[in-house]
Design a protein around this ligand. Sequence first.
Ligand code: SF4
Length: 735
Amino acid sequence: MKKINRRTFLKASAAAAVVSSVPLYFSFNDYKKAAEEIEIKQIPTFCHGCTSYCGIIAHVKNDRLWKVEGHPIHLKSRGHICARAHGMAAYEYSKDRITSPMKRVSGDKFEAISWEQAFKEIGEQLNGIVRKYSGNSVVWMEHGTHRKTYVDRFFDKIGSPNFITQYSTCFNAKTNAWLQMTGTSLNGDHQNAKYMIFEGRNFAGGIIPNGMNQITKAKENGAKIIVIDPRYSEIAKIADEWVPIRPGSDLAFRLAMANVLISEKIYNKVFVDKYVEDFAEFWKYNKDKTPEWAEEITGISADKIREIARDFAKNAPQAFVEPGWHGLHSHYINSTQIAQMGIILNALVGNFYERGGLMPSAGISLGHLELPTVFGPEKGERVDGAGVEGKYRSVEASRGIAQIVPKLVEEGKVKAVFVCNYNPLRTAPNPKEQVKLKNAELVVSINVDWNETSYHAAHYILPEHYYLERFEHPYTVSGHLAHDHPQVSLRQPVVSPMYDTKGTLDILKGIAEAMGYADLYPFTIEDDIKAAIKPLGIDMERLQKAGTIEFPATVKTGFPLKKGKPALSTKTGKIQFSAELLRIEGNIGVPTWIPPLVSPDPTKEDEFRLIHGKQPWHSHAFTSNNDYLMAMSERYDGTYMWINTSRAKKLGIENGDTVTVESSIAKNQVQVKVTELLHPECVWVPSTYGGFSPNNKTAYNVGVNFNDFIPVMVEPHSGTTMSQEVVVKIRKGVK
Ligand code: SF4
């Protein structure tokens, strides 16, 4: 922070006087005294740097944010935050924020318009679209589900079932497998574990501050950490062992682990007999998936696979394969089976509901407003086919298939698209396809800055309040980490809105009103918050003061039972090794070996699999326009693509060289880091860069993005993008 002195004060005063034409009556000393004496308020809220939503305390002086720090109680932060939290807090003052509603007038030209005009025009166009094509032609795309309850009322009114999240580009395979096989979702109990396997899971890259604290404490207490990953990732730095696996072969490794556990009879037979269904069917298909079989595919020796499987069993139940999120779960044609195997390996050692194994993340039920029922036209089938018989039946309808929306626009099935807190043009495969979103009759982007979707595809941009300026529906803190005590957390304004922006509820209200549905939202965000927390026995004042409130423990160890019988929310109450929904078109419900869709030709020196991952100071492309975080990228050569030393040598490539990367759909140039810390058969790029919106100036034209090189694909079971099913050719120089 620049220190103020008499000279800078006088300069600033003169400028202020010119701008405002208001005479300044007080002296520098008065000003300095007032500035020093003004109270620094500490206001709790939660971070928006990634979906961990860690609790933070904002320090605010004169309605200006000074700093943020970790909330001491919030499960994900416990007093600590990561670099992204600081960078994203500073983004409040970014030069690239959208300052008022915008309308595209021609090409890349926009004009600022009033909210009244925006609502009127959007409302009229939407009415016309719904009348002509039905509500089923309208899609809402959002990063997650946070605004879903508000959107649901709107979609009930117009008759659309099409709420689509970005999860098909992230982790659908994992949530789908857990839902189908267990009816729940458990997390690693890191702090009590003795043995943790992180396979394709970079916990120190997709960082959760308190999660890393728990892992390092467990390590101090003697826990062993095994990292299976083609890249020496950040979590590998604290591992006891890094096992570089051939990219695309994780399913084979997991099948062979299970084979050792079962054939050597070191699995937990008592647990399996009591709580597992379809064990025999799984074994029937996988008896021959021995470590020797897997050695060929994974490049990991049969002895090493046996050693890991035996150590895993020996330390169970205080041992787990970390369930993970993005890594592996949207990457391959066999991602659903990889996710199934994550559940099966943990079940085989009987670590479910055991301390140090897999435990729940305590949730709490919130209340809701009693609102008049919305009557609208009957909804048709989801336009993306998620959960629809004959299309993508086993894909979770609540999450949808984001990457195919532009194709649905082209086919004339989607006519209006709302994109909220999401940027599919940069975060979904093949931007040349994604940009076709703009061909819908109406595209509205509700975002805070000029991201690629706003700049290249939106007809209207409606600026949302930044996260430090708004209330949101209260949040139950759960997921990622095991914990016994439910928590509720509140996002609340810590500074006044800087620009002519609105919260999403008010944006929806404005559009609904313009469509003639003035009574659709007869409540304010404050009413909604009060109703949500009412059953918890707390009031708004208390929650605003505390930011995060923790409740007495609700989680118990031991497999859930009802009248002595297994009571998971599955058909049998047990863990289903066979997922019924997967048995379509000749497929079986249990996982067995499915090779990757594509692989580099080992005889070709220039062919590699392109893989990607998160850096600890970025949240994929979401943070790429941040000056502070991009300064870190520059300092650490963070935009470089990694290539293995021996392969680079064969191609005459040296550290820092520019190379050409070419896939079947794109070609681009990037600088490289030559390293021993990557499997020779792949190249790795961070998932952050390749910005192509000229108005997001910090990110513009920096680095490359893996999505540029991937065709739009849909993994049939979970709807994911298969984002590592891509082979690229690498050449030195710009060719
Ligand atoms: S992990 Fe970091 S960026 Fe994500 S919510 Fe927590 S503090 Fe914010």
